[in-house]
Ligand binder design. Structure first.
Ligand SMILES: [Zn+2]
Length: 212
C-alpha cells in the first residue's frame, strides 16, 4: 500500500564533545544534510505536520520528568500550538514502551542509539514517521543521549519543535538553531500561523505537481 509508505526522518540536534563537561563544553555541530541548509528569517521548513493535536507520552526510564515536559509543551502552546493530553506510560514488566499513531513520545534509547548518539555527538534525537503522500506526521519519538542532556535548558523545547515538524533555523537566539551555544527562546517564523502557512504551501505544491 503506497499510501502507507512511511518516510522516516531523523532530526538530530546539538552535538557536543562531552555532555558532562557542561561549563566549558565545545559544541560541534554535525548535522545530516537537510539540517544544515541555512534559511532566511521566515524560511524555516517543516518535514511533515500533525493533522490533529498529538498526545505527549513519557515512557518509564526516559530520563525526563512530566513537569519538564509540561514546561516545554507550554512553550509551544504560547506560540499557538495545541496538544492532546500529556501522559505517563506505566512501567509494565516485559512491555516495551513505544510510540503509537498520533503520539509524541519521550522514550529510552536503545544501546545502539546511545552508541550512535555518542559517536555522532548528539545530545538529543527526534525521529519522526510520516506519510509520504499526505505529509502528515504519524508518530514522533524523542530521546536523549544521557539524563544530563535532557536537563539542559532549551533542549526539550528544541526537540519538541522537531517533533512538531520544524527543521532548523539559522537565526541566532532561535529555538530551532542547531547549535546549543546559539539557541535561544525566539520563535520567529515557527509560530502556529507559520506552521499553517507552511502546510498550505506544501499542499499547494503537491496539488501543482499532481501528487494529490
Ligand atoms: Zn535540532
Amino acid at each position: 500500500m503506497n499510501k502507507w509508505l512511511i518516510l522516516f526522518t531523523i532530526l538530530f540536534s546539538w552535538g557536543c564533545t562531552s555532555p558532562e563537561d557542561a561549563p566549558t563544553q565545545k559544541i560541534v555541530v554535525t548535522e545530516i544534510s537537510h539540517n544544515v541548509e541555512h534559511v532566511s528569517l521566515f524560511g524555516t521548513k517543516i518535514t511533515s505536520y500533525w493533522p490533529d493535536p498529538p498526545t505527549v507520552k513519557i515512557c518509564p526510564g526516559a530520563g525526563i520528568s512530566i513537569e519538564r515536559v509540561r514546561y516545554a509543551v507550554r512553550f509551544w502552546e504560547r506560540a499557538g500550538y495545541t496538544f492532546g493530553p500529556i501522559i505517563q506510560a506505566p512501567r509494565i514488566a516485559g512491555y516495551r514502551c513505544e510510540a503509537y499513531i498520533g503520539e509524541i513520545v519521550f522514550r529510552t534509547p536503545t544501546q545502539q542509539e546511545i552508541s550512535e548518539a555518542v559517536q555522532m555527538s548528539r545530545l538529543g534525537v527526534t525521529k519522526t514517521s510520516f506519510d509520504r503522500l499526505s505529509q502528515q506526521t504519524i508518530m514522533s519519538e524523542i530521546y536523549f543521549q544521557t539524563q544530563v542532556a535532557s536537563h539542559r535548558e532549551k533542549i526539550v523545547e528544541h526537540e519538541l519543535g522537531h517533533a512538531l515538524g520544524w527543521k532548523h533555523h539559522s537565526r541566532s537566539s532561535h529555538i530551532m538553531h542547531p547549535n546549543l551555544d546559539e539557541t535561544g527562546m525566539s520563535v520567529i517564523g515557527v509560530r502556529v500561523e507559520d506552521y499553517n502557512a507552511r502546510i498550505a504551501d506544501m499542499l499547494l505544491e503537491d496539488s501543482r505537481s499532481g501528487r494529490r
